[in-house]
Design a protein around this ligand. Structure first.
Ligand SMILES: [Zn+2]
Length: 74
């Protein structure tokens, strides 16, 4: 959901803080163009999930997310 440059968490509806066009909070953006083999027939889906909701979401995963430390990649 994007309105007038605002970004909302699609899970909890919280407004993500933006100052002068810069995101002040990190947020997960999911963008997916579904193909012919899906039941969604080439529609484009976009949603945002705030960090709190992301943490709650990944708790429900059967297999945990893969975490790598970006600082260790040179
Ligand atoms: Zn949220």
């Amino acid at each position: 959901m994007e309105q007038q440059g605002n970004i909302f968490c699609n899970v909890c509806g919280k407004k993500i803080k933006i100052e002068q066009g810069i995101l002040r909070e990190d947020v997960l953006k999911v963008e997916k163009e579904w193909g012919y083999f899906s039941k969604k027939d080439t529609t484009r889906h976009v949603f945002h999930i705030c960090e709190e909701c992301y943490d709650a979401l990944i708790q429900t995963f059967a297999i945990p997310v893969t975490v790598t430390d970006e600082n260790e990649i040179v």
